[in-house]
Design a protein. Structure first.
Length: 255
């Protein structure tokens, strides 16, 4: 009787998305979802011409498209978190890993630089506070409701009568931005986002220097700070100025 060899066949589960996609590309998809979602679900003041820009006007032309944009914002946020967590196992304590983390962080951040403000209206408050200062009104004694058109600019009414909590240096910079964007407020908004992004970059630089002085894994620190979805969403997509404060704190620790 001829000898028969029995082979065991191991059934393998088919690979599924997002496991088949690299973390860098997966995070980029998430950022692009947030970008497109912001066109329909991001906050824009009633008096801003930004509402008329294509494709923003298109995605706000029907309730169904607006709901689609809201879903894209949610999905994009989840994809960024998944990509960030999947990125962690590949990080080593070497310069190559550090460069890869920084490069990936930049790739994820670029779409968010041009998205409509999401998850916060603070950038609109920065523009209004700058206009208040440019008008010669003390922002530490008066709220932004002292200037004409504050609501159509996009300021949250909850904070409209509140005195400014920001330091004089930031208010002076915001006043310059508002003066440059006096005719087109969208320019002032974008300048404030660039300032917030610069703050996030300086924050990363400061804490990487601290990690180097302490002999810590700089690639891991960059993953925790630069590639972190919270950093990307709070300081770039939302344009919060807290990154400038954290950068100052970091460089203060180095001094």
């Amino acid at each position: 009787m001829p000898h028969q060899t029995h082979r065991t066949v191991i059934a393998r589960e088919p690979s599924r998305f997002p496991a088949t996609v690299s973390p860098t590309f997966l995070g980029l998809i998430g950022s692009l979802c947030i970008l497109v979602g912001s066109f329909g679900a991001g906050w824009i003041g009633d008096g801003l011409g930004l509402r008329e820009w294509f494709p923003i006007a298109f995605f706000r032309s029907s309730p169904d498209l607006t709901r689609l944009c809201t879903m894209l914002l949610i999905v994009g946020g989840f994809l960024l978190v998944i990509a960030w967590l999947r990125f962690r196992p590949s990080i080593r304590d070497d310069d190559a890993s550090l460069r890869r983390v920084i490069r990936t962080s930049v790739i994820w951040a670029l779409p968010l630089l041009i998205c409509v403000p999401v998850f916060s209206r603070d950038m609109f408050s920065y523009v209004a506070v700058g206009r208040l200062m440019a008008a010669g009104i003390d922002p530490y004694q008066h709220g932004v409701n002292e200037i004409a058109g504050w609501y159509s600019l996009g300021v949250d009414p909850f904070w409209s009568s509140t005195e400014s909590p920001y330091g004089p240096l930031f208010i002076a910079v915001a006043a310059v931005f508002s003066w440059l964007g006096a005719e087109i407020p969208e320019y002032a908004l974008f300048l404030n986002r660039l300032a917030a992004t610069a703050g996030a970059v300086l924050m990363v630089v400061a804490f990487l220097k601290i990690a180097a002085l302490r002999g810590r894994n700089r690639a891991f620190v960059a993953w925790m700070i630069a590639a972190n979805p919270l950093t990307l969403l709070l300081f770039i997509a939302s344009g919060h100025n807290d990154g400038l404060m954290l950068a100052g704190m970091g460089f203060g620790l180095l001094a």
